[in-house]
Design a protein around this ligand. Structure first.
Ligand code: TPP
Ligand code: MG
Length: 372
């Protein structure tokens, strides 16, 4: 007999499950949820819209710059703006964020300079930014590893008695990594003030979610002894409300929460990927109708909070911001090759010094050979 939950994984990728928390329908209609009340001012609503448009435009610039040979790689967030901006806007400045590699919207919401993101993917920096400046840690490309970093950090914060919460971003595919299960368990038994924010964008490169989990991802939390919430990840209001509540739990000593934001990666996995080889164009079209920006736009328009002139102005401003970023990226000089030895250890290391010396001798020999 099939497991009773098994039928739920047969849900096609195009459907957001009916039990996902939703405060804004795909048509932009405001819904009320008994557990998640959200009263935002007009300025806050417009702020969410502007952050999403800006994130989308900066992200598009990343794809274009890579196509023109200015970046080595770019992982696009297209379609995931609501999940990222909604959750990030729930954070306090003191909270700590452990991102994955696609979380440019979260980075921008934390005031990380977009040029720092581009420098990373241009290879002109080893890390990207100072995590202490915005409590926004470095992108982690080792799938799922940051869930352990975040859990350890959260356990430390709790021992310090601070009211700081920690949030960690990871994907559906990451949940297949042992690290993520270990992090869930450590966080649970230690009541660590950490929010696990899983952006279920339906794909792990070419692997669909059916290959990652027999049960809906948020249900895994129950097995570790903490709550798991499913939220419409294309609904910025629901993402904000659900994350706010999870952070409140974390801060008040009630331990971790797993949030599964049900969303969709509308672009390729990265600029190195061609999704037409493994997924149906119809699926992408179905998600276009659930576009996170279009639905907030529809809501703002219907309520008379914004008009076409406002939307045109925000588009124009995002365009100008992207243009100035583009010019700055193109003029970023490559660092000297020997700089790569500078950030391996905080205080240096004999082996690294030896390798740096070997590298210097090698490049000097090359220069002599070229001169000869
Ligand atoms: C430990 C590890 N294994 C494999 C990879 C190769 N890899 C890079 S991205 C990726 C898929 C991740 O999918 P998901 O967690 O759903 O995140 P998404 O890219 O969809 O945001 C894989 C397998 C890696 N970077 N690290
Ligand atoms: Mg994924």
């Amino acid at each position: 007999m099939p497991h009773p939950l098994r039928k739920e994984v047969a849900v096609p990728h195009a459907h957001t499950p009916a039990d996902a928390v939703q405060l804004l329908t795909p048509d932009g209609e405001r819904k009320h949820h008994p557990d998640y009340r959200l009263d935002l001012t007009d300025d806050q609503l417009l702020g969410l819209y502007e952050s999403m448009v800006r994130a989308r435009r900066i992200d598009a610039e990343g794809v274009l710059l890579q196509r023109q040979g200015e970046l080595a790689l770019w992982p696009s967030l297209l379609g995931q703006e609501a999940a990222q901006i909604g959750s990030a806007r729930a954070l306090d400045d003191e909270d700590h964020v452990f991102p994955s590699y696609r979380d440019h919207g979260v980075a921008l919401a934390r005031n990380v300079d977009p040029l720092d993101l581009f420098a990373l993917f241009r290879g002109t920096t080893n890390g990207g930014w100072d995590p202490r400046e915005h409590n926004f840690h470095l992108y982690t490309l080792v799938i799922g590893a940051q869930t352990l970093h975040a859990t350890g950090y959260a356990m430390g914060v709790a021992k310090d008695g601070a009211e700081t919460a920690v949030i960690v971003y990871f994907g559906d595919g990451a949940t297949s990594q042992g690290d993520v299960s270990e992090a869930f368990n450590f966080a649970a038994v230690n009541d660590a003030p950490v929010v696990f924010f899983c952006q279920n964008n339906q794909w792990a490169i070419s692997e669909p979610t059916e290959k990652q989990s027999r049960v809906p991802i948020h249900r895994r939390a129950a097995g570790f002894g903490f709550p798991g919430i499913l939220v419409d990840g294309n609904d910025v209001l629901a993402c904000l409300a659900v994350t706010r509540e999870a952070l409140r739990r974390a801060r008040s000593g009630q331990g971790p929460t797993l949030i599964e934001a049900f969303t969709y990666r509308m672009g390729a996995h990265t600029t190195s990927d061609d999704p037409s080889r493994y997924r149906d164009a119809e699926e992408v079209r179905a998600w276009e109708r659930k576009d996170p920006i279009a639905r907030l736009r529809a809501h703002l328009l219907a309520d008379g909070r914004a008009d076409e002139e406002y939307f045109a102005r925000i588009d124009r401003e995002s365009e100008e911001a992207a243009r100035s970023v583009r010019a700055a990226v193109r003029s970023m000089a490559a660092p000297p090759a020997e700089a790569m030895f500078g950030h391996v250890y905080a205080d240096g290391h004999a082996l690294v010094a030896e390798e740096a010396a070997q590298f210097a001798a090698y490049t000097a020999a090359l220069a002599t050979a070229e001169g000869a």
